[in-house]
Design a binder for this molecule. Structure first.
Ligand code: ATP
Length: 937
């Protein structure tokens, strides 16, 4: 390996698009390079770094970063650094342009090295596919192994495109917030806009997240705890610098000032926090967890907070979490309350418009006031009133409410969800509990009698459980306290032979995950006995029976419990078993939920708000100090009133903003069309063949891949010796855990692309006409350039100008012949020539061929200019209105952050500058000749 001298220039073999890198620093183990053109910094292990030293040869034209060039006559080396001399000037390598390209194919041509034409066509096809994928707005959405659910795709598409997403994902329980966060994360990582990501979750969900990120998104996170930190600190100093994608529990960071300081110092591009309702906050009194996230969030550009119950601990808590997203915007709680009330009027106007009606005079006035110019309003009377109405709705949704920072999908806005069937069972209260009627969990307050008889011997709720288990279905049981779960485990062991698993906070994490996995196993535990920690985040939708052994007083907690079964993927009706003891606090709670809120049979949208008002009376009723009938009647009335207000106001705007069925459906349909077009399967078959991967048919659209003899397969990511079963069909891959979903974004596919395009394979082919008798030129050069634009990732230049092939075909008269000889014709009418047979003629015709190549480069530059122009026009057409929209939006909607606007404005100028600097690089050549053609030799 060459020495990594400071200032020396290198190119990344795996990411050539980064441009020319310069060594900044290094030690015995590592080396750091700055890729100035793309603004990227990379650190590599010294041994085996995928870097190639750049050394130009005499005859090469080199460019300085100031814009002047010289043709190299000699190279001088001093202290490990090169200086290029030519034409009386000298250029030290430190002053080389950062946007340099190489021209390897012609070197191979004149050295008489050639590949079969099939490799050349494979390479060009790979370039075309790559350009299509990298330029697509669907990038990052194709690869995840998920069902194409429009409401999730919509949010991911909306959020990931932003400069630095800072949002609260607050879909109702079980609608897929983890998946939405994963989609956003996947998009950001794939497009290089977020490299360092920290995911913080409750400890009990660590493994589930770890597996979902790996299995659904092919993202390999490192789980950090104290042991891992100690090990990593020996290597890296700050342990959080030893990995890019880190998953940790909030409790771990909150519990260690040292680790938190290290995590803060390590720096992140994106922070994701699950179950964010735990970040409790009261004015001036943040909880330790809140303070942890606040510190990290202040130094991180992107922030995703996830919670199904944003108002679980009151509107203040909700406000505090919004404050984490944008402290400038959310600093005044009173103003926030006032705004919430204001949404109602706007939602009413949206409804009027949606109903196809024109707003009345008062509403029109309101619109004028809110939208300023309100141009769309004036167009309502025109012929295209429909469109004007749509525009007006868009403007209103865009400019009002917390829509930009808050997304909330609700079951009612989405397609069919399974039915919830409550089974309330009033049971006689055992005499032993007679003095405990005020307790929702009497078994905990009960003192065992002298005979040592445990409570589960006489508590009739246990009989209900035993009877239910006789039916053979899987049953999830949730209770408030771990002691109850442990006792029930003993009860089942003693009173029945049903295999039961336990799940509570005192069990080690691994044991909990094992218990959950055993319950998930078809032949495993029939019942999982959970304390309250089982009510959060977990996926138990394979079960249809939930026993609510007791009830929480907080409706959000009840919804979380039911959400374990009532979530995406649930295929049957959900049976909610609520056994309660008559004339006790249990009855009061059960009836309050059932008759007051109707919270068992459906998601009761207003329940948290009702609870805030009624909490005191409810607790009085539990203690049998208040009249239950009156409480139920008042609860019903309030729930109806608040539910209607929410539906008509804030939630309505929020729902409309969070999910637009039409464009969201179109996104899903476009992805489904790419899934179905069969292009990937056909192409990968060729690419795997090329690399010598053994492919065995498994079933339709599925195969087993194994590394073959060829050297290269070892470099393909994820292809272990024992092989890999893959499916090109999303549906199959979803149903079969043992199959990888092979999409355009799967690491094996992108790894194979990188391996091909980063190598010389297929970049030089020599061919002869199969029938040279016709009127064909003596020499034909087909040169494929790649138009490359080096730019910082945040600019997302790929969206407008992805690396793309430019094809130029020239004859010896330097005439462009691409139209006469399309690639397919050359494929059909030529055959490979052995390079050895051509060494002599190539030498003899070198001057002519070099002239042809120079002319091809000029033609490619012209083509490149046209492509750049077209891309600039497209970029401006898309981004200028977007920047204007943000600017005018900021005037009426304070949710737009200043940094967002600044970025939108500078982005256009920066893109302009970088796109103008795009250069074509010769990537592959096919030379066709009549000399030494099979028919003439
Ligand atoms: N698009 C999808 N394709 C396949 N499975 C999905 C999809 N969306 C969600 N799921 C599954 O549905 C379940 C619920 O999703 P997820 O855990 O993301 O919901 P959530 O909103 O985070 O839930 P909670 O509110 O309980 O935290 C999970 O098992 C998840 O894997």
């Amino acid at each position: 390996m060459d020495e990594f001298v400071g200032g020396s220039r290198w190119i990344s073999e795996t990411e050539p698009e980064l441009g020319l890198g310069m060594v900044l620093s290094g030690d015995a183990r590592r080396v750091t390079l700055l890729f100035h053109g793309s603004g990227e910094m990379r650190q590599y292990a010294r041994a085996g770094a995928p870097l190639a030293r750049v050394r130009f040869q005499p005859g090469d034209a080199v460019h300085s970063h100031e814009g002047w060039s010289l043709v190299v006559e000699s190279v001088e080396e001093t202290g490990g650094l090169f200086t290029y001399h030519g034409g009386g000037r000298q250029l030290p390598e430190t002053a080389l342009s950062n946007f340099i390209s190489f021209s390897k194919p012609q070197d191979r041509l004149f050295a008489g090295q050639a590949d079969p034409a099939a490799q050349f066509t494979l390479r060009v096809a790979a370039l075309e596919h790559q350009a299509r994928m990298r330029g697509s707005d669907l990038r990052g959405l194709l690869g995840p192994r998920i069902e194409l659910l429009p409401h999730q795709l919509w949010i991911a598409h909306e959020v990931a495109g932003r400069y630095a997403p800072r949002v609260l994902l607050a879909d109702e329980v079980g609608l897929g917030k983890t998946i939405e966060a994963g989609l956003i994360l996947h998009q950001r990582v794939l497009t290089g806009r977020s490299a360092r990501v920290l995911v913080l979750v409750p400890e009990s969900l660590l493994n589930q997240w770890f597996l979902e990120l790996r299995r659904r998104f092919n993202l390999a996170f490192s789980m950090f705890d104290e042991a891992r930190c100690i090990a990593a600190a020996q290597e890296a100093g700050n342990p959080f610098l030893s990995a890019q994608l880190v998953l940790a529990s909030i409790a771990f960071l909150t519990g260690s000032a040292e680790r938190l300081a290290q995590a803060e110092a390590a720096g992140w591009d994106l922070l994701i926090v699950d179950e964010a309702h735990h970040l409790a906050w009261e004015a001036g009194l943040p909880s330790p967890e809140y303070a942890t996230v606040e510190r990290l969030a202040a130094r991180t550009e992107g922030l995703l907070l996830l919670t199904a119950t944003p108002e679980q601990f009151g509107e203040e808590g909700h406000f505090a979490r919004l404050r984490l997203l944008d402290p400038d915007r959310f600093h005044d709680l009173d103003a926030f309350h006032a705004e919430q009330a204001d949404y109602r009027a706007i939602a009413r106007v949206v409804d009027t418009l949606l109903a196809g009606q024109a707003p009345g005079a008062a509403d029109a006035e309101l619109l004028r006031g809110r939208l300023g110019e309100a141009t769309a309003l004036d167009a309502l009377g025109d012929a295209d009133a429909e469109q004007a109405r749509e525009r007006l709705i868009e403007q209103l949704l865009d400019r009002h409410g917390t829509g930009r920072v808050l997304f909330r999908n609700s079951r009612s806005a989405l397609a069919q969800f399974p039915r919830r069937v409550p089974h309330l069972l009033a049971l006689p209260c055992p005499a032993a509990y007679a003095a405990l009627a005020h307790s929702p969990t009497p078994e905990r307050a009960w003192q065992p009698a002298a005979d040592g008889r445990p409570w589960w011997r006489f508590d009739p709720r246990v009989d209900v459980l035993l009877e239910l288990l006789e039916h053979g279905d899987k049953v999830l049981l949730i209770c408030a306290r771990k002691e109850t779960a442990i006792d029930l485990d003993e009860a089942l062991r003693t009173r029945s032979g049903v295999p039961a698993a336990l799940f509570h906070e005192d069990m080690p994490l691994l044991a909990r995950d094992r218990a959950a996995a055993w319950f998930a196993d078809r032949d495993g535990a029939r019942v999982l006995l959970c304390s309250e920690i089982g009510s959060e985040g977990r996926n138990f939708q394979f079960a249809q029976h939930l026993v609510l052994f007791d009830l929480p007083a907080d409706p959000d907690l009840l919804e979380q419990r039911i959400g374990r079964l009532d979530r995406i993927g649930q295929r049957g009706d959900i049976h909610l078993h609520v056994p309660y003891l008559r004339d006790t606090a249990q009855e009061a709670l059960a009836r309050w939920y059932d008759e007051g809120l109707d919270a068992f049979a459906r998601h009761a949208r207003a329940a948290p708000a009702v609870y805030r008002v009624m909490a005191e009376r409810l607790h009085a009723a539990l203690g049998r100090r208040d009249d239950l009938a009156a409480l139920l009647a008042d609860t019903r009335a309030l729930a109806a009133e608040l539910g209607a207000a929410l539906e008509a106001g804030r939630d309505r705007l929020l729902e409309r903003h969070s999910y637009r069925p039409q464009p969201a459906g179109a996104l899903a349909a476009r992805i489904a069309a790419i899934d179905a077009d069969g292009e990937l399967e056909g192409f990968m078959e060729r690419l795997f063949d090329h690399f010598g991967v053994d492919q065995e048919e498994h079933s339709e659209h599925a195969r087993v891949l194994r590394p073959g003899e060829a050297l290269y397969t070892a470099a393909l990511p994820g292809l272990a010796d024992e092989g890999l079963t893959v499916s090109f069909e999303r549906r199959r891959a979803l149903a079969r855990e043992d199959m990888e979903f092979l999409s355009w974004e799967h690491p094996l596919v992108s790894g194979a692309f990188e391996l091909l395009l980063g190598s010389e394979h297929g970049n030089c082919a020599l061919a002869g006409w199969t029938d040279a008798a016709g009127d064909v030129p003596e020499w034909l050069v087909e040169a494929v350039f790649v138009l490359e634009c080096v730019a910082p990732r945040a600019l997302q230049v790929d969206r407008y100008l992805p690396p793309q092939p430019l094809r130029v075909v020239l004859d010896p008269h330097l005439h462009l012949r691409g139209d006469d000889y399309p690639a397919a014709r050359l494929d059909a009418a030529t055959r490979d020539l052995p390079a050895a047979a051509l060494r002599e003629p190539l030498g003899a015709h070198q001057r002519l061929l070099r002239r042809m190549l120079d002319a091809a480069a000029i033609a490619a530059s012209t083509l490149a200019e046209q492509r750049v122009q077209a891309a600039l026009t497209r970029m401006q057409a898309e981004l200028t209105p977007e920047a204007e929209r943000l600017r005018s939006l900021a005037a009426v909607n304070p949710n737009v952050r200043v940094t967002e606007i600044e970025f939108a404005e500078t982005r256009i100028a920066e893109l302009y500058r970088h796109m103008h600097a795009a250069r074509p690089r010769l990537d592959a050549l096919r030379v066709v000749t009549t000399i030494a053609s099979p028919s003439t030799t």
